[in-house]
Write a protein that binds this ligand. Sequence first.
Ligand code: NAI
Ligand code: MG
Length: 497
Amino acid sequence: MPDIAKDQLALDGARQFAGREHGLFIDGEWREPRSGSSFETFNPGDGSRIGRAAAGGEADVDLAVRAARAALDGPWATMKPSERARLLWRLADAIEAHADEFALLETLNNGKPLRDARMFDVPHAVEVLRYNAGWPTKLNGESVNLSGPGTWHAYTVREPVGVVAAIVPWNAPLAMAVAKTAPALAAGCTIILKPAEQTPLTALRLAHLMAEVGFPKGVFNLVTGLGEAAGAALVAHPGVDKVTFTGSTEVGRLIVKGATVNMKRVTLELGGKTPVIVMPDADINRAIEGAARSIFTNAGQICNAGSRLFAHESVFDALVEGVADFAGKLRVGPGLDPDTQMGPVVSAEQKARVLSYIEAGLRDGAKISGQGSAASGPGYFVPPTVLTGTNPQMSVVREEIFGPVLCAMSFSDRDLDAIAAQANDTDYGLGAIVWTQNLSAAHKLARKIKAGTVRVNGGGLDPALPFGGFKQSGWGRENGREGVEAYTEVKSIAIAL
Ligand code: NAI
Ligand code: MG
């Protein structure tokens, strides 16, 4: 039984935190932005204002970069790997100890169902920290045998890449902030985090914990602000050695251009248009539920959402009917309502964007084969929607919608090359999901698909499994060894003996 009085107290606490006067966290201190300006933040569940955050600009970014540089060259550089590990682990414990508060803040600010914030976002952030806490003590180079004349002792070392700017989106604000921060700090870098302007709250709470658990000043800095101001200033700053970004392909392109100023290292996690392939031998009930969850979870605002369904014609009707039925029964509502299964999208802008995609699809000849109801009320609700009659020329099939909209298509071919060609007919290459009981088809399809992650018969994110995109879905990988090594430079040292 939920304890309603305790829940109300926790919610009051979260609202109080949201309504505080928030500054920028730079060099271990909370400071007012140089501009003196701030921006409002909203609860997508009812459209109400819940707080303001400081709008950092160029001057604030410059201060943060200097602080990060000083920390990088200072105490952080000489700290033992095991001490960095302990700090990361301590941060994980601190987030876990405040899990309810983080979940409430995430739901208040992003709109997602509280149950999802509690079961996924917060525990995932904790797991990512603990996973990465294992790396500082294991980031070794290797000794190398050289073939030139003479006798050599040659080896490599991995050094931190330097000052990192992390620019993150609003769909999983805490998880994204930690996905960048944990490996960067594990590798010995220092960081400036810029959360999305829609969702600054959990990042602000995280900054308070950073200080509490004992990270030296300047190791972690938080600059809230708008993308075109704070974000762009980080990308342009010559003191930033690496930008790590998750967001739109459009901004990804701007970052690549901006990074040339000092040849910053760049990691990009961009959009996706993940295909869900259902073979005729699949376990249909599991495939229906998996397909529905993969597009309706987080109201479809997941880069890896299964947004294109390809089902064999023998199972297509059953699939569409099943997913449409799932959509029809979904309880859409504010994230704080315990009955809610799908929340609103993050903003009025995002709502307009998703609805305009549905309209464009209908204009192009698609039809709605199933649609749930959007909750009434002032929140940014959109109905979970299944479109059929779509084809690869339509914008709903080609472009990332980032909403609860599934485009269902069928295939008659059993030739795996032809099936993979359909799945690969996209500019994106982040993920793919295959439903089949045929082991051989599963392995063969996995190799033919051009995407960074292929999942067969289910599965989610894991901090140990590299994640990232082929094609226009990005550059580089997060998670796993690749994820932490992306925050290092390899140095080769050769000594003539
Ligand atoms: P966005 O790419 O503009 O925002 C993501 C982050 O980039 C935010 O922190 C933002 O402040 C920052 N940013 C924006 N402009 C910038 C600039 N010029 N320089 C540096 N940083 C900048 O994404 P937006 O506009 O919120 O959403 C638009 C679409 O992008 C969505 O509909 C979705 O398709 C896609 N998107 C994909 C995400 C993913 O997880 N791959 C996450 C968020 C959005
Ligand atoms: Mg944008």
